[in-house]
Design a protein around this ligand. Structure first.
Ligand code: IPE
Ligand code: IPE
Ligand code: MG
Length: 233
């Protein structure tokens, strides 16, 4: 296997962390146990991304479609977010990680909204990796909210730049690399606009089995690709 070229790192990596439920089922555990284990992978992968000097990672944590799951599972996921988001303050400080949120805040539980705002404020000055947590996030919802904002401003003509400037975090650039774990090969409404020219990387491994080394492998694979953006060599 090759090594990572620090001069050609993807600036923004999006990760669809999938397979928590299957990881648990294989062990005869509740799906929730898989989510808890998945949290460890998130920490390991984020730690590695920070170490490598990656600038942005967007973590798909809860989609606008995930409300279809049982009430118990939804409740468990939000509780996990509430408990762990700020608990990791030492970890953010150590790695200089800034935490931001993307997604629709309208129907988020009040406590989750508060935790997200508070962790955003507490980490706002950290200069390292920006972790963009996608909670109650769906690309279509993001695009529609941006369009609504433009309408509210009285805008009648829209170009890519103005639309993009109305996204939740306009400073987060387009994705260079989108990773999905657990063998599924779809985007499930994740970063549709931002991944127009992203390289896609699919891993058979379930998310709770992912480690920092798997991120290295994905980045090395990415660095072996030729990005043409429609041009010719
Ligand atoms: C991803 O794992 C976590 C979330 C979507 C919150 P899943 O819970 O989708 O795991 P599988 O796909 O059922 O294995
Ligand atoms: C996508 O995974 C959402 C997150 C990882 C948060 P899902 O497991 O919900 O996606 P589908 O339903 O298999 O497409
Ligand atoms: Mg899944």
């Amino acid at each position: 296997m090759g090594t990572i070229d620090p001069a050609r790192l993807p600036k923004h990596i999006g990760i669809i962390m999938d397979g928590n439920g299957r990881w648990a089922r294989m062990r005869n555990l509740q799906r929730t146990a898989g989510h808890k284990e998945g949290l460890k992978s998130a920490k390991a992968v984020i730690g590695r991304a920070a170490e490598l000097g990656i600038q942005y990672v967007t973590l798909f944590t809860f989609s606008t479609e995930n409300w279809r799951r049982s009430q118990d599972e939804v409740k468990f996921l939000f509780n996990l977010i509430n408990v762990y988001l700020r608990k990791e303050m030492d970890f953010y400080r150590k790695h200089k990680i800034r935490v931001i949120h993307t997604g629709n805040t309208e129907n988020l539980p009040e406590q989750v909204r508060k935790e997200l705002m508070s962790v955003r404020d507490d980490t706002a000055d950290f200069p390292g990796l920006t972790v963009n947590i996608a909670i109650n996030y769906g690309s279509r919802d993001q695009i529609l909210r941006a369009i609504s904002r433009l309408f509210e401003n009285g805008q009648k003509m829209v170009d890519e730049k103005t639309l993009r400037s109305c996204f939740d975090n306009p400073e987060v650039p387009d994705a260079d690399l989108v990773i999905r774990t657990a063998g599924e090969k779809r985007l499930s409404n994740f970063l549709l606009w931002e991944s127009a020219y992203a390289e896609l990387y699919f891993s058979e491994k379930l998310w709770p089995d992912w480690t920092g080394d798997d991120l290295d492998t994905a980045i090395i694979d990415y660095q072996g690709r030729t990005r043409r953006y429609g041009g010719a060599e």
